[in-house]
Design a binder for this molecule. Structure first.
Ligand code: GDP
Ligand code: MG
Length: 164
């Protein structure tokens, strides 16, 4: 069985962009607004001869009622965490920590999955103290990446695969 990596995080942090980087496809829909991807999305990738599966999350039916959207997103996140061997918890380095980030962190703790923190959109960020607040989540190191530019993505992937 190939190991499964799940990408979780609140809308618009760049999960689908990271998914495309990791899988080398543009299969997941990348939106300029939050949450266009309709479904949990699976892709496969290979790094240094190691194959893996990636799950993108965050899709919902666009016509669903607002409360259903949030319920659906939470359900997808839970399912993806449950299916994963390692979770990559994606954060927005420019926006910083949010209430939703704390909710996801609590879910990860409850399910007890190995987890890596990826602070995305970190290209050109000279001041790494902006990332300090993410340590509050209690998952250790924060890995600065730029999914859009590919920076730090390979190193993150190597770390994730080494956790297996
Ligand atoms: P998702 O909702 O978490 O799947 O986020 P998307 O992958 O759809 O990305 C949301 C927005 O953030 C899009 O406009 C992306 O182009 C942008 N984005 C994604 N990764 C990066 C990044 O590394 N740097 C910057 N500046 N923008 C990014
Ligand atoms: Mg997405």
């Amino acid at each position: 069985m190939k190991p499964v990596l799940a990408l979780v995080g609140r809308p618009n942090v760049g999960k689908s962009t990271l998914f495309n980087r990791l899988t080398g496809t543009r299969d997941a829909i990348v939106a300029d607004y939050a949450g266009l991807t309709r479904d949990r999305h699976y892709g496969s990738g290979k790094q240094s001869g190691r194959e893996f599966i990636v799950i993108d999350t965050g899709g919902f039916e666009p016509d669903a009622a607002a409360h259903d959207i949030y319920r659906e997103m939470a359900k997808q996140t839970r399912q993806a965490i449950a299916e994963a061997d390692v979770v990559i918890f994606v954060l927005d380095a420019r926006e910083g920590l949010s209430v939703q980030d704390h909710d996801i962190a609590n879910e990860l703790r409850r399910l007890g999955k190995p987890c890596l923190l990826a602070a995305n959109k970190a290209e050109g960020m000279k001041d790494s103290s902006r990332l300090a607040e993410f340590y509050e989540l209690g998952f250790g190191d924060v890995h600065a990446v730029s999914s859009a530019h590919g920076q730090g993505v390979r190193a993150l992937l190597e770390l994730a695969l080494d956790m297996l």
